[in-house]
Design a protein around this ligand. Structure first.
Ligand code: PLP
Length: 359
């Protein structure tokens, strides 16, 4: 069971730090200035990534416009598109990198499309030169969603977030910048529409949840060996000490807290410009069997990115996802498992052996 304690020990320092994290009013401003320089535009700090993405879309599009959306994504993206008054057009993906391609974008094309959200799924970059050419030819704008991919480079060497009309960042749980909640939008091209800057401080209870989350999640993971991770997780949720990421409400008025801004700035500065993915993934047959074996071996593989083409499953019906026109995304959602980020390489040797049998 040694690897659980390894994992816990590594996280414990961060968990204590987060409990007592503090920030000053300057931290919000420092973060904003840093983002403006790095991504070359006008930045606004937001409550979460979906609020940032909604503001990005509202800056350029009008009600009823359609936007192309990667057909393998988080409900947060759908929520942002709808909050901006737009209609999503889901696009099928490639199995190799879980991103749409020019070919699948062309297949999804219909009248009324005004933009495309580039997501770089799980930190795998799209072929941005081809996508930019497609966007230009069709007269549509690119919006970059950096929830999965902050800090990576496209194949052409440009950093993500420096290409589109606007860039949205999430600082949510398990994202490439993770301060539990928070986000930012950078308008790189002058906006067509007026946008109000988020200015309301987050609720005290939300701040408290953000502070204790790293500790509570470390406790849950530590319980894997005793098969109690799920029990603890459900208990913490019942008491509302942990909120499901997907339930973090979209709110265009709220800004992040000071201590989150301070952490986000630190993490942004430490990002390594590499092309390593956010989460390694495998497509396996008989996923339930694989997961059962992993549990027995003491691993806690908490959730998939993604279990449905638009996840989590409890919101999937709402989305009305076109499975017929996105067969690859539909199949990938049934087969994917992700390697959680809280394990070190050497802790994963046994897990990889189990997975290899089912590829
Ligand atoms: C998580 C996520 C977001 C935004 O997340 P928030 O929880 O609102 O911070 C945006 N896009 C993608 C692809 C995501 O996975």
């Amino acid at each position: 069971m040694s690897h659980h304690y390894l994992g816990l020990a590594a996280k414990r320092k961060g968990a204590w730090k987060s409990l007592f994290a503090h920030g000053s009013r300057y931290d919000l401003n420092h973060l904003k200035i840093y983002l403006q320089e790095r991504y070359q535009g006008e930045a606004m700090l937001t409550k979460n990534g979906r609020s940032a993405l909604a503001l990005a879309l509202m800056g350029y599009f009008k009600k009823g416009d359609k936007v192309l959306v990667n057909g393998f994504t988080c409900y947060a993206v759908y929520e942002a598109v709808k909050a901006a008054g737009l209609e999503p057009v889901f696009v099928d993906i490639s199995k190799n990198d879980l991103n749409f391609t020019v070919k699948t974008l062309e297949a999804a094309w219909t009248d009324g499309i005004k933009g495309v959200i580039v997501q770089n799924t799980l930190g795998n970059p799209v072929d941005i030169d081809a996508i930019s050419k497609f966007a230009e030819q069709n007269g549509i704008l690119i919006i970059e969603d950096l929830a999965h991919c902050a800090g990576i480079k496209y194949p052409n060497g440009k950093e993500v977030g420096t290409v589109g009309a606007a860039t949205a960042l999430s600082f949510g749980k398990d994202k490439s910048i993770d301060t539990v909640t928070g986000g930012a939008v950078i308008f790189r091209v002058p906006r067509k529409n007026q946008i109000k800057m988020p200015s309301v401080a987050p609720k005290k209870s939300d701040n408290a949840r953000a502070r204790v989350y790293p500790m509570l999640s470390a406790i849950c993971r530590g319980m894997t060996y005793f098969h109690l991770s799920g029990v603890f997780m459900r208990m913490f949720m019942k008491f509302h000490w942990i909120e499901r990421s997907a339930d973090n409400k979209l709110d265009l008025k709220v800004k992040p807290s000071k201590f989150e801004a301070k952490q986000a700035l630190k993490q942004l500065k430490e990002l390594k410009l590499s092309e390593s993915p956010l989460r390694n993934f495998y497509l396996v047959n008989h996923r339930d069997e694989v997961l059962e074996k992993l549990r027995k071996a003491g691993y806690y593989f908490d959730g998939f990115w993604y279990e449905k083409p638009v996840s989590p499953v409890r919101y999937y019906k709402k989305v009305n996802f076109p499975e017929e026109s996105c067969p690859v995304a539909t199949e990938v959602a049934e087969k994917i498992i992700n390697i959680p980020t809280h394990y070190k390489k050497e802790e994963l040797l046994d897990a990889k052996k189990i997975i290899k049998e089912y590829l």
